[in-house]
Write a protein that binds this ligand. Structure first.
Ligand SMILES: Cc1cc2nc3c(=O)[nH]c(=O)nc-3n(C[C@H](O)[C@H](O)[C@H](O)COP(=O)(O)O)c2cc1C
Length: 222
């Protein structure tokens, strides 16, 4: 039976939908029907020219989950040494920031080590690719802008139904391998994320620390 958690206010939903990793319940099965319901909600997102050129792979097969987890692990290894890695910001001058970044590192590593045991993976895809040369900003915006809101809608819907998710991208370093494995037509369709999906343990998620809003607002001119 599908249970909808109606006790969240819209503001709570929007401010407490977190990247859930350590609190994913790896023991409790997730009903495919529930995942489909969340995808139906994802479909209410906007898309450029209303093309709705999105696809969602639901993966429950253990062999496929193991293979994707191996790619995820390899992706983590190459990410962690890269300049943009969270590991590079764990020792900043700001102790609060360092603490937050260390927590994210540990949480991300936990997911790497436990991914194959997550009940369901969802891989959102979009028709079109942005990694070729000469893809204009307009086209890039149309492609990514037509899938990112749908993914976030999915994550919000999942939270409403008691499911935790995290937007992850480590496996995309080996996207072609993953496409072959999943029979996705790589030349025409781009994977954008891998969302581990499981019931979350406990229900108390809080708003996250963020930079002061004035740091990012520019009124009229930059
Ligand atoms: C585009 C994108 C890629 C991400 N890739 C990963 C990833 O590969 N692995 C992971 O554990 N988290 C990943 N995250 C989750 C972020 O680490 C997380 O959103 C961020 O630390 C803020 O935490 P919060 O969502 O709980 O506020 C990604 C998030 C985004 C938006």
């Amino acid at each position: 039976m599908v249970i909808i958690m109606t006790s969240l206010t819209p503001k709570e939903l929007l401010t407490t939908t977190r990247a859930v990793r350590k609190r994913l319940d790896l023991e409790k099965p997730v009903e495919i029907e529930l995942v489909k319901k969340c995808i139906e909600i994802a479909q209410q997102a906007p898309s450029a020219s209303n093309r709705q050129n999105w696809h969602f792979l639901i993966i429950t097969d253990q062999y496929l989950k193991n293979s994707l987890s191996d790619l995820f692990q390899k992706g983590w290894q190459s990410y962690i040494d890269s300049p943009t890695s969270v590991a590079k910001t764990m020792n900043s001058d700001d102790p609060k920031k360092s603490k937050t970044q260390r927590r994210i590192y540990e949480s991300a590593k936990y997911l790497v080590d436990n991914l194959k045991n997550v009940p369901v993976f969802v891989i959102p895809c979009v028709e079109g690719r942005t990694d070729g040369s000469n893809v204009s900003v307009v086209v890039q915006s149309a492609i990514w802008g037509s899938i990112a809101p749908a993914v976030w809608n999915f994550m919000l819907a999942a939270r409403l139904h008691g499911l935790g998710t995290t937007w992850t991208s480590f496996h995309l370093r080996f996207e072609k391998d993953a496409s072959e494995l999943l029979k996705i037509p790589y030349e025409k369709v781009m994977q954008v994320a891998l969302l581990p999906v499981a019931y979350y343990k406990g229900s108390s998620f809080k708003p996250a620390p963020r930079d002061p809003v004035d740091k990012i607002i520019h009124v009229n001119t930059w």
